[in-house]
Ligand binder design. Structure first.
Ligand SMILES: [Zn+2]
Length: 201
């Protein structure tokens, strides 16, 4: 997903956003005051806001990796399923689904693109394989609601971090939600900038 650009032109409380891949042209006008942007003063000149998503997560070690199960974050709607995995010291992503346990090590595999990465939770892990009881994470035992990709990741984190026992609920609230809400805010503006070219927020 591309970065956003942000500026303030004539209003101190309205920010204007556009995609970094669609720069302001010589004919662009401010959507608020309609003056030509090239010829006028900016209260805050354009600056870049980096996308919170990582272009390709394969190869990045010690991370939690999250993305929508069946589409990209651009098309993600509230309530759609998310898929989550965990990477080892070599950046291989281990994850669990209805087909069992997987280990993705090929960066050409396109599933783990434009992912949300959380990097400070599992730095202590040296060898994830030691934390994975592979007879527990089988295709036959998979349950969409009670034994899924998220149960797998919380189990690995609990194995790696002996000082605290995470439940699915407190892990979601304390670790995932701050990151997913930041992505949600970026997506909201990104989609407006996709449609409006210059989106006033
Ligand atoms: Zn203006």
């Amino acid at each position: 997903m591309n970065d956003l650009m942000c500026f303030r032109h004539c209003s101190v409380d309205k920010s204007i956003f556009y995609l970094a891949t669609r720069p302001i042209s010589s004919s662009s006008v401010c959507p608020l005051c309609k003056r030509a942007l090239r010829e006028s003063h900016f209260i805050v000149p354009p600056f870049r806001i980096a996308s919170p998503l990582t272009k390709n997560a394969v190869g990045i070690p010690h991370s939690l990796t999250i993305k929508p199960s069946s589409k990209s974050f651009v098309d993600y709607c509230h309530g759609d399923d998310l898929h989550v995995g965990v990477s080892d010291s070599r950046g291989r992503i281990h994850h669990y689904d209805e087909f069992g346990l997987h280990c993705d090590s090929n960066p050409e595999t396109t599933f783990w693109t434009d992912c949300l990465l959380i990097q400070n939770k599992i730095s202590q892990l040296t060898n994830i394989e030691e934390c994975i009881q592979s007879d527990e994470w089988t295709q036959a035992r998979y349950e969409p609601d009670t034994l899924n990709c998220y149960d797998f990741v919380v189990s690995v984190v609990n194995e790696s971090e002996k000082s605290r026992v995470w439940t699915k609920e407190n892990f979601c609230r304390e670790i995932l939600l701050p990151h997913t809400s930041r992505v949600g805010k970026f997506l909201l503006i990104f989609r407006r900038a996709l449609n409006d070219i210059l989106a006033v927020v």
